[in-house]
Ligand binder design. Structure first.
Ligand code: CA
Ligand code: CA
Length: 215
């Protein structure tokens, strides 16, 4: 079970993902400076494991990353295809905002920023896989308003980055280390990979989203 209490499992899972896609190189250095990164995603491109369309809140329309309060915070905004319910069942798991920051083909991801329903409650957290010997979990400020989720994270929690590369994965079930895309209903940007995902499906790291700090 993917939970805050078992971050090691997440780290291992990310390594599994990295191994699965090793050999795909990310080369993307020529970008204009921008303090805001916005990627629009189609409504209706989400896929449930059942093969049918998932609920609209599992279908992302917009992902936005922008600097706030000078350069002290990053604000993450997700606009979803439908209003988010107030809650779900105690055994349900839904990751609505689920951003992997700096996922590298050769070695895991640096941070996971997620707003999710798990173990019968909403939870907004950052998991830091790089700063210590074991992953560190930090709560984040977040707000769900209709079909929009906003979360803010202090820059220092993310290592005061000059740039971040990212992929958004919405999930309808808990993380599965054996198949990191199991239960993923929507991917943003769409060029990163296709769904439903299998271990033979390529992951294109050159198509990750990219946020760059203002000068
Ligand atoms: Ca979508
Ligand atoms: Ca998509």
């Amino acid at each position: 079970v993917f939970s805050q209490k078992k971050p090691i499992g997440i780290a291992i899972s990310v390594v599994v993902l990295a191994i699965a896609v090793a050999g795909v190189l990310a080369v993307n250095v020529m970008r204009a400076d921008a303090a805001t990164d916005v990627v629009q995603d189609p409504k209706g491109d989400a896929v449930s494991e059942s093969g049918s369309a998932p609920p609209g809140f599992l279908d992302v329309k917009t992902v936005k990353i922008t600097e706030k309060k000078g350069k002290d915070e990053l604000e993450f905004t997700w606009v979803l295809g439908d209003k988010v319910p107030s809650g779900f069942g105690s055994n349900d798991h839904y990751a609505l905002g689920g951003l992997s920051l700096n996922p590298f083909p050769t070695g895991g991801t640096e941070y996971l920023v997620t707003v999710r329903w798990t173990e019968g409650a909403w939870q907004g957290i950052v998991i830091d896989f790089v700063s210590g010997s074991s992953p560190a979990v930090t709560g984040l400020e977040y707000k769900i308003s209709g079909s929009t989720i906003r979360a803010t994270v202090p820059m220092n929690v993310l290592g005061n980055p000059d740039e971040l590369k990212w992929v958004q994965l919405s999930r309808e079930k808990a993380f599965n280390p054996q198949n990191p895309f199991d239960g993923v209903t929507d991917v943003v940007p769409n060029g990163v990979t296709t769904l439903p995902w299998t271990p033979s499906t390529p992951v294109h790291f050159e198509n990750l989203g990219e946020w760059t700090a203002s000068k």
